[in-house]
Design a binder for this molecule. Structure first.
Ligand code: TMP
Ligand code: ASP
Length: 242
């Protein structure tokens, strides 16, 4: 990777210049962080696994009508994507109580919700990505009401598609975090990645954690875990409907 091409360095990815000014290259690093960068490690080949997993998931979502920034996978670590202006919100969908929600509300991890819960938090490392409500996000001018509602609708569609996909490989989609951005034509696209770094997946029969909680909570080897997820997804072949 040529350092001169770096537009932006995030915690787990670089954004690199491409030949086309409307496109960027997303480069998946091996860095793993948790608790807003307090816990850090470099885990050989994690980036390769997340690039491959994100590629499969984004292709499946695109085939099912979700607009994303993804254009093509270039190599083990790089994807060509549309250049976007990111909406500075983390969109979180929860199907089952876990993680920060369990802690914040004192509800037991694993509690089923009567319907999916949408959360948004403001993307700001200095403030530790604080949780916002819709009025905060709209009133502060972070996003328009119309665009926020569109993102919520897309997130619900993505949730339904991915619950089905993971269920077909014996995994429960507990929760996930996604991001959206505007392309040059002002279309809102799903951006960033979808990998075990940004979702929780539990094995259906054993409730074993098969995601980044393995790293966050020191539960085992994340490469072995992510490799199992990749192999299960690859085992589905060309996926459109599951
Ligand atoms: P949380 O329970 O820690 O709030 O996490 C909710 C979901 O969001 C979970 O699937 C992990 C994901 N997530 C990220 O992708 N990035 C983050 O920085 C955090 C805190 C969570
Ligand atoms: N993205 C978080 C961090 O900033 C890690 C996490 O997924 O919990 O370190």
């Amino acid at each position: 990777m040529n350092q001169a091409n770096v537009i932006y360095e995030g915690k787990a990815k670089y954004l690199l210049k491409s030949d086309n000014e409307d496109e960027v290259i997303v480069y998946f690093k091996d860095d793993a962080t948790a608790f807003n960068g307090v816990k850090k490690d470099n885990i050989a080949s994690k980036g390769i696994l997340n690039n491959k997993i994100t590629t499969i998931i984004f292709k499946y979502l695109i085939k099912n009508g979700i607009k994303t920034h993804y254009l093509k996978t270039l190599n083990d670590r790089e994807q060509l994507c549309q250049k976007v202006t990111i909406i500075p919100l983390e969109f979180i969908n929860r199907n089952i109580v876990a993680g920060s929600m369990a802690k914040r509300l004192g509800v037991e991890e694993g509690t089923k919700l009567t319907r999916p819960i949408k959360e948004i938090s403001y993307k700001c490392d200095e403030l530790n990505d604080p949780l916002l409500n819709d009025d905060h996000a709209i009133g502060l001018g972070i996003v328009s009401e119309e665009d926020l509602m569109y993102c919520y609708e897309e997130m619900l569609k993505i949730n339904n598609l991915l619950i089905k996909l993971f269920d077909s490989i014996n995994l429960i989609l507990v929760d996930f975090k996604i991001e959206f951005g505007f392309n040059k034509d002002n279309e809102i696209l799903l951006c960033d990645e979808f990998s075990p770094d940004n979702c929780r997946l539990w094995e259906k029969d054993t409730m074993k954690k098969m995601d980044k909680d393995v790293f966050r909570r020191d539960l085992g080897n994340i490469i072995d875990t992510y490799t199992i997820i990749l192999e299960k997804l690859e085992g589905l072949g060309e996926i459109e409907n599951v």
